[in-house]
Every structure is written in structure tokens, then in C-alpha cells.
Design a protein around this ligand. Structure first.
Ligand code: SF4
Length: 225
């Protein structure tokens, strides 16, 4: 049976000093203004995740059949060619902090709060991956995410198929897809987790320059082996 799991009890330990350093806030007035907002944000933040084990039924050329969904991606076909099971997942900073932050009218404060939501998502991601590893005894694993890497790695238009694998995502996480296949709240991530000894990272197949989140240099040769 492919169990489905919901996590809604992440304990975010981010401190105000870490936040201030991250957004490079230096003016005393700005720091004093942001302190109560940070406290409020941490009180409302409720990041969530849903994930589910899914069977890889068949791979036919670039077509990967995962349960009732078909994904067209040469990279995925290669990554999963000897993998029978993946975990589909969605993780979000949560609609509570998102709705709260969108009331802010000051442009710069809004941007700082946006950065705060990103930090909440990052910490939830770290905790989620740790929980996942512990619970399922998975050793080294990688993640593929629709829209990450160059456009053809896993086209974002295939996002609805991923959501379909996960059932009622909106009820459990508050995350919905827009007409352009983006997620709302925007500080959310979706993908599949799979065992990977090579440590696949989509950034190695991404030509975008000056990305502050890059985790690996561009190296298309990773697909040659
Ligand atoms: S380099 Fe940046 S944009 Fe490209 S996949 Fe990595 S994080 Fe995403």
C-alpha cells in the first residue's frame, strides 16, 4: 500500500538575528521595526508537507509512467530507470504566514517578509528531508522538481500530474496551482524524491546565470553516464 503522509508540526527555530543577517538589515530603525513583525510571523507560520510513495510502473523512451500519471522527461527516465518507487511531495511555508504577509503595504517591508517566508520554507525543507530519511530508511536521495533546471528537464506544464499523485493537496497544505502551473503560496516546492547514488541535482542541468540558490555548477555531462 502506498501510504500518504501529512506533516503540519514543523518547529521553526529561525532566530531574528539570522533573519536580519540574511536580509542584510543594518539601520537600527529598520531592525527595530522588523523585530515585532518577525515575532508575529513566527507565531502565525505553519509550514506543511504532504508526500506519498508511488510506484514507477513503466519507462518507455522518455515517458515515465508513475501510477496513473505519465511524465515526459528524458532526465527523469534516466534517473528512474532502475527505480521502482518514488515519493511525490509538496512542501509549503503555509498559507497562514503568506496571507498575513500580504497585508503589508510598504514595498521594502513586503520584500523582507517575502525573504522571511523563503527562510521558513528552507528550514521546513531541511526538517522534511531529515524526517523522510529517518522514517523510510532511505540513504542518499535526490529530488526532481517540475520547472527546475532547463525548460526540458521536467517541464512545469507537467505539474498537474504531480499534484494528481498526491490527492487533495489543497485541503492538507493550502497549496493550489495557478493557470500557469505555478504554486500558491509561491514559497512552496513540489517534486519527487528518489534514491540516487550519483547525487543528481537539477542545477547541473540549468544554464541560468547568477542564481544565488545554485547547488551545483552547470554540467550536462552528468547525463552521459
Ligand atoms: S541554478 Fe537556480 S534556477 Fe537553476 S535549478 Fe538551480 S536553483 Fe533553480
Amino acid at each position: 500500500m502506498n501510504e500518504r503522509f501529512v506533516i503540519d508540526d514543523f518547529q521553526i527555530t529561525l532566530t531574528f538575528d539570522e533573519f536580519v543577517r540574511h536580509i542584510r538589515l543594518e539601520e537600527e530603525d529598520d531592525i527595530a521595526m522588523m523585530r515585532p513583525l518577525f515575532v508575529e510571523a513566527m507565531a502565525v507560520a505553519k509550514p506543511k508537507a504532504v508526500y506519498r510513495g508511488c510506484e514507477v510502473k513503466k519507462i518507455d523512451g522518455d515517458a515515465v509512467f508513475i501510477e496513473k500519471e505519465v511524465f515526459i522527461s528524458a532526465v527523469m527516465a534516466k534517473n528512474l530507470r532502475e527505480i521502482g518507487r518514488v515519493y511525490a511531495y509538496i512542501l509549503t511555508c503555509g498559507e497562514e504566514i503568506d496571507v498575513w504577509s500580504r497585508r503589508e503595504k510598504d514595498y521594502f517591508v513586503y520584500l523582507w517578509l517575502d525573504a522571511l517566508k523563503e527562510l521558513v520554507l528552507r528550514e521546513a525543507r531541511t526538517q522534511f528531508f531529515e524526517m523522510f530519511t529517518t522514517k523510510h530508511g532511505v540513504g542518499r536521495f535526490s529530488s526532481m522538481n517540475p520547472g527546475s533546471g532547463n525548460i526540458d528537464v521536467w517541464p512545469i506544464e507537467q505539474q498537474p500530474g504531480l499534484f494528481a499523485l498526491l490527492g487533495d493537496v489543497k485541503s492538507d497544505t493550502g497549496v493550489v496551482l495557478t493557470d500557469g502551473f505555478l504554486m500558491h503560496p509561491t514559497k512552496s516546492m513540489s517534486g519527487i524524491l528518489f534514491p540516487s547514488e550519483s547525487g543528481y541535482v537539477s542545477c547541473a542541468l540549468c544554464t541560468r546565470e547568477h542564481c544565488v540558490n545554485r547547488q551545483a555548477p552547470y554540467d550536462p555531462a552528468i547525463m552521459d553516464s
